[in-house]
Design a protein. Structure first.
Lengths: 289, 283
């Protein structure tokens, strides 16, 4: 380990020396970048991630001075991979710089990929607002590159985050838009009922019974076969339970559905919110009587 | 079945921490989750999230254990009273219902997995198309490079013409109207009664508890019919999914074959351009 670190230091010093010297036609930046790269590899072998990341940032600066934006962006990505080991925030910043460079040189696909990575980093760090922003940006970029399938899967994540942030209307609109798009495709039509269930759960969390009923009619327009599904039955049972203010009926409907299809954590969290709201209303009514 | 627990019989869950249970006995009002709560329920909580009975309400635990080993301990089936046999029939009917529901559950899981696979296959198809589209970009850049390499020779040198085996065609856009459907198509099919996945039978509601064992058996039969109907619908849908998956995989196989030809052609031309560049540098 110590041996690798010493070699890394040596390469870094040589690179710094190269930068401070004279060079013909900017070749000194290329040479310095090569030496820094060797140094960064040595630091990686020594598992000194912070030094490796710093060196990759220096490589990026060398490439920027030599006007090689693609190489600079790649160096920022390498730096981010090192930062991920100990500082997700700095990893996100490095990736953000890479994204800016990829956008400048028109590599939208790469920019979209790394935007998605940034979003996922922020999601893991529980910074949901930032995660949502970056994932939306990523979805837009994938869309503009004609990758609708990738875009839709990211939009679903955005909608889920929006629902977690209690932006139920936004989440519902995204889910419905995805469902409308997917229903006309032979491969994607089968996942529509799951997406419409997610949209319905968002409406339930808003607690507006009229809106829920209207939504279910809309879902029927999107997918005419939806009314025959267990997802539709769950939503209609939950809507009825909300209208009656019956917590027990609400619980039974969820139990019945879960006995066949296990509810994922996202659905569980939102249905718990809806149930708590219902319970609160029930308690308030009890207080009044 | 002797002494062995039914595979599909649901385990008795601990009802202590089920957040969906009506907990009027907990005194205080539940707090609303934090605004940015993305934390899923803890695993142990999720394990007991939806409590339910153990599924066998027909008779006592002692009787059940007797049924389970087919009255082997009490002189066999022949030695039992009519009442005992009726109870046994009810137990067996209930057990069959559990099995059918277990099958439906597995079929639902398969359907879920299949729909995710279809989404992945669709993404893969788009990736294949996109990478094949890149051959056209590479072709343009390579043509420009070949022109430059041709112009680089000396004044008296023979004009260099790059060799080509064929055209770079790029992806064939074979997804016609039969694949990406028109918006109204599903609705028209539905109105004609040609639903793509037939509506699932909503389970019958039994308002009164059965009084006799025979009524219990009849009720269980009705539940089994509902379960089998659901199973049939899911399997029909799975068949449709398998067909669509097969069609798409065939399309992708053909697309990969076409792109392979284009990549071979590009490879051949790049080798030619490299040879030309080496010759120029050698002069």
């Amino acid at each position: 380990m110590g041996d690798h670190e010493a070699r890394g230091d040596d390469f870094e010093k040589k690179a710094e020396k190269k930068l401070s010297g004279w060079g013909i036609f900017g070749s000194k930046y290329e040479d310095a970048a090569d030496l820094f790269d060797k140094g960064a590899n040595s630091f990686k072998l020594a598992k000194n991630w912070s030094r490796a990341a710093q060196v990759y940032i220096k490589i990026a600066n060398c490439h920027l001075k030599g006007d090689s934006k693609h190489e600079a962006a790649s160096a920022y990505v390498e730096a981010a991979n090192c930062y991920k080991k100990f500082s997700p925030q700095e990893a996100a910043q490095a990736l953000n710089q890479a994204v800016d460079l990829f956008l400048e040189i028109g590599r939208l696909n790469m920019a979209a990929r790394y935007c998605k990575d940034i979003g996922e980093i922020y999601h893991q760090e529980q910074d949901l607002e930032k995660a949502s922003d970056y994932l939306e940006k990523s979805a837009d970029l994938f869309d503009s590159e004609g990758q609708s399938s990738q875009s839709n899967s990211i939009k679903q994540k955005v909608a889920e985050i929006a629902a977690q942030l209690e932006q139920y209307q936004k989440a519902n609109e995204i889910f419905e838009a995805i469902a409308r798009q997917q229903i006309n495709n032979n491969l994607l039509k089968y996942s529509v009922r799951g997406i419409l269930l997610n949209a319905g759960i968002c409406q339930l969390c808003r607690g507006d019974v009229v809106a829920i009923t209207n939504s279910m009619e809309r879902y029927q327009d999107i997918d005419p076969t939806f009314s025959g599904t267990r997802e539709y039955k769950l939503l209609s049972d939950l809507a009825a339970a909300m209208e009656e203010g019956d917590v027990a009926k609400f619980t039974d409907a969820i139990k019945e559905f879960d006995s066949m299809t296990r509810l994922d954590p996202w659905k569980t969290t939102l249905l718990l919110r809806a149930k708590n709201e219902l319970k609160k209303k029930e308690d308030d009514e009890d207080d009044l009587t | 079945m002797s002494g062995r627990r039914s595979f599909f019989a649901s385990k008795k869950p601990s009802r202590s921490s089920n957040p969906f249970d009506s907990d009027s006995d907990d005194g205080g009002r539940e707090q609303r989750p934090a605004r940015a709560s993305s934390v899923p329920p803890p695993a142990d909580q999720r394990g007991s999230l939806f409590g339910g009975g153990d599924g066998f309400s027909a008779s006592s635990a002692a009787a059940r254990s007797r049924y389970r080993n087919d009255f082997r301990d009490t002189g066999g089936v022949e030695a039992q009273s009519v009442q005992e046999l009726e109870g046994y029939a009810a137990y067996k009917a209930e057990e069959t219902t559990q099995r059918v529901q277990g099958c439906v559950r597995i079929a639902e899981e398969m359907r879920d997995t299949a729909s995710k696979s279809l989404v992945t296959i669709h993404q893969q198809g788009q990736q294949i198309t996109r990478t094949h589209m890149m051959t056209l970009d590479i072709d343009q850049d390579l043509s420009r490079s070949e022109k430059l390499l041709g112009d680089l020779g000396g004044i008296f040198s023979k004009k260099w013409k790059p060799k080509k085996n064929g055209e770079i065609r790029g992806p064939m856009l074979t997804r016609d109207d039969s694949f990406i459907r028109k918006g109204s198509h599903l609705e028209q099919r539905h109105k004609l009664g040609l639903s793509d996945h037939p509506p699932q039978s909503n389970a019958r509601q039994f308002h009164s508890e059965p009084t006799s064992a025979l009524q219990k058996v009849e009720m269980e039969k009705a539940k089994q019919d509902d379960g089998l109907s659901d199973l049939s619908n899911i399997l029909t849908e799975l068949k449709g999914m398998a067909v669509d998956m097969g069609t798409e995989i065939d399309r992708q196989t053909k697309a990969l074959g076409d792109s392979e030809k284009d990549y071979d052609e590009l490879n051949f031309r790049i080798k030619g351009a490299n040879t030309r560049a080496r010759r120029l540098l050698g002069k």
